[in-house]
Design a protein around this ligand. Structure first.
Ligand code: C2E
Ligand code: CA
Ligand code: CA
Length: 389
């Protein structure tokens, strides 16, 4: 019958920093008045700290639309070029009146967290899934140090082949052999580690596995094989990516061009940590730089213009659309392949699952293919059997 509602102002510290404490106080008073006006007789409301407020209101009295309209009006009243006032709201429906109020607030605030840095959505409702996801994430983060120390992370390799099926090299994809949960895929932990600043330690570990493998192959005379590794956007903020990779290469004495570096479109385009310059340095040192998930972002063509890259990995969505008989999609794929040739950039097509796709790719001269049609990512020893064939 009751809701516990919490609010939080986006980047409130900026208000104080940009306009002074006086103005900050004014904003808080404005919000207090607004919330007060939304509450009827039986409600309880207050400021729980900083820029956070909470209200406890009978469910039937809460009119979401009116509430959000009021908040938006307040936002508009304040907006200027420097700062847009944006208030996030989390709603928890009280199911157990004996639950501690602080826990109720935590749950409403958890709902707010799911909104991320979103501007177009300002309200979220708590659900048990949110709770379980958060607990699961906390567990993964808590397990990280031990997992890294005990080498629970391992490198799988997914072959990259010619359209005729000849093996060229591989992409390194991490897997987590968790003692309790079994094999976990990157989709379940990469994002969490990116959010919590752990990713760079994992990536450095995977890069080292790749470099060690290359060193071993090169000792056996296989200079022709390459491994392509993923670099997270976040890595650039936590470590000197250039320094880390070049020192690995020097330590294990491998040929730099056999270690390919996959960077996403977003990392290159935001470029705040000097990514563009770093790409230049990598290429001067003999590495090949690849742009991952090409065509999934908003700035793909601009990026081709500005970023000196060697390889473009076509986003998997293009292959999915090919199956849907989307003629425009096919024209775009063909044109990207043609365009890349003119720019001297090689293309790797990802997510290739069917013969039909392979035939299409052959017909347009796309040379390098990675996908389930040829092979899933496999453990390194299985991959080594393919090399020997
Ligand atoms: P990605 O870099 O785009 O890697 C390709 C993903 O597509 C892999 O998923 C691969 O298993 C999957 N895939 C390959 N062929 C096919 C296909 O034919 N059909 C379909 N539907 N999928 C295919 P995976 O291994 O689960 O990795 C997911 C993502 O996690 C990767 O996407 C990458 O962004 C990230 N990731 C994986 N390993 C690492 C790592 O060591 N470091 C970092 N930073 N990210 C990693
Ligand atoms: Ca990749
Ligand atoms: Ca990719």
């Amino acid at each position: 019958e009751w809701l516990l509602i919490c609010s939080n102002i986006k980047d409130f510290k900026l208000v104080n920093d940009l306009f002074g404490l006086e103005k900050g106080n004014e904003v808080l008073k404005m919000e207090a008045d607004l919330l007060k006006a939304q509450c009827g007789e039986g409600s309880v409301y207050g400021r729980t700290g900083g820029d956070k407020f909470a209200i406890c209101i009978p469910k039937e009295e809460f009119k979401e639309q009116d509430f959000m309209d009021a908040i938006q009006t307040m936002g508009h009243a304040f907006n200027n070029d420097l700062y847009h006032l944006h208030i996030y709201v989390g709603v928890y429906e009280i199911t157990d009146r004996n639950e501690e109020v602080s826990i109720m607030c935590d749950k409403a605030n958890l709902a707010i967290k799911t909104l991320g840095e979103n501007y177009d959505k300002s309200i979220a409702y708590y659900s048990d899934t949110i709770f379980h996801d958060t607990v699961a994430e906390k567990q993964l983060v808590g397990d990280f140090d031990k997992a890294l120390a005990e080498k629970q992370f391992c490198m799988y390799l997914q072959p990259q082949v010619t359209s005729e099926g000849k093996l060229l090299g591989a992409e390194a994809l991490v897997r987590w052999q968790h003692p309790k949960r079994g094999l976990i895929f990157p989709g379940d932990f990469i994002e969490v580690f990116e959010k919590t600043g752990l990713i760079y330690r994992l990536d450095r570990f995977v890069w080292e596995l790749a470099v060690q493998k290359l060193a071993q192959w090169q000792k056996d005379g296989r200079d022709d094989l390459y491994i392509s590794v993923n670099i997270s956007t976040k890595d650039f903020y936590y470590m000197d990516v250039y320094e880390t990779i070049t020192s690995l290469v020097e330590t294990y004495k491998i040929i730099p061009s056999t270690l390919k570096l996959e960077i996403t479109e977003t990392a290159i385009m935001t470029g705040t940590a000097g990514e563009l310059e770093m790409i230049e340095r990598f290429r001067k040192s003999g590495f090949q730089v690849e742009i991952d998930d090409f065509g999934s972002g908003y700035s793909s063509l601009n990026m081709l213009k500005d970023a000196p890259i060697d390889v473009l990995k076509l986003d998997m969505a293009f292959m999915r659309n090919l199956d849907n008989e989307n003629e425009r999609n096919n024209i775009i794929v063909e044109s990207i392949v043609e365009l890349s040739k003119k720019l001297n950039i090689s293309v790797v097509v990802e997510g290739v699952e069917s013969e039909k796709q392979v035939n299409f790719l052959k017909s347009i001269g796309a040379e390098v293919i990675q996908g389930y049609y040829f092979s899933k990512p496999i453990p390194t020893d299985e991959y080594e059997k393919l090399i020997e064939e």
